[in-house]
Design a protein around this ligand. Structure first.
Ligand SMILES: NC(=O)c1ccc[n+]([C@@H]2O[C@H](COP(=O)([O-])OP(=O)(O)OC[C@H]3O[C@@H](n4cnc5c(N)ncnc54)[C@H](OP(=O)(O)O)[C@@H]3O)[C@@H](O)[C@H]2O)c1
Length: 195
């Protein structure tokens, strides 16, 4: 399985830290090109591989850590989404409900990526919390996972575990995905202690 993170801002960097800490290779890309990611790669180590956007989109699992409206632009950068897992870590912040047309935001993303298996995950923790150690106060940070594709959801649950989080599967996008949208109560439920 190959991974990439699209976006090197608050969320992209937070996630890159966990890949680096856990020794998992991940490509990372932004709008400005790989040279602008050299300092981050130097800081986090060899597991963080700066790439162009087009190259990063070749990974099996691509994490969208970009402003919500940018998903259409990124969708156009690849013609081959078929079978790819796309992790939607975005929140439709500032997007009026009418623009979403009453749909879960992940469904709009899925519609732009033909054949991709979209999984909503890693969007509910504030970036500073997401980037900190998942083990806190005797518990682990929760990552909620929702997808219409069970195999993809299982793969993302495994990834979240590998990164040190406590994943909780919330079922399909129309159910769990909606719960995960901005302002939903699950944003605050983020630490679990297991006996
Ligand atoms: N901040 C939080 O606490 C938080 C928590 C959970 C979820 N989220 C969600 O996560 C997403 C990212 O938030 P953020 O705070 O990390 O944003 P951010 O700090 O502004 O970073 C956005 C990143 O996306 C990149 N980007 C924008 N358009 C792109 C495009 N067309 N192609 C490739 N890369 C593109 C930017 O590239 P450049 O660097 O080249 O400009 C930048 O690296 C948002 O959807 C947000 O709602 C945020």
């Amino acid at each position: 399985m190959t991974y990439s993170i699209i976006g090197s801002g608050n969320v992209g960097t937070a996630l890159a830290r966990h890949f680096a800490r856990n020794g998992i290779d991940v490509a990372i890309a932004n709008t400005r090109g790989p040279d602008t990611l050299a300092a981050l790669a130097k800081e986090l180590g060899e597991k963080i591989i700066p790439k162009t956007l087009q190259e990063a989109l070749k990974a099996d699992t691509v994490i969208f850590a970009i402003p919500f409206r940018a998903y259409r632009e990124v969708a156009r950068e690849s013609t081959n989404w078929n079978g790819k897992i796309v992790i939607d870590a975005m929140n439709p912040y500032g997007v009026p409900p009418e623009e979403l047309g009453g749909q879960p935001s992940s469904d709009l993303v899925a519609a732009a990526l033909p054949g991709a298996k979209v999984v909503k995950a890693f969007n509910q923790l504030p970036a500073a919390v997401l980037g900190s150690a998942p083990q806190q106060n005797g518990g682990r940070r929760v990552v909620f996972v929702s997808s219409n594709h069970e195999d993809a959801a299982i793969a993302v649950v495994r990834l979240a575990e590998q990164l040190g989080f406590a994943p909780i599967s919330l079922g399909k996008i129309a159910e769990g995905g909606l719960l995960l949208q901005l302002g939903a109560p699950l944003v605050l439920k983020n630490l679990i202690k297991q006996g």
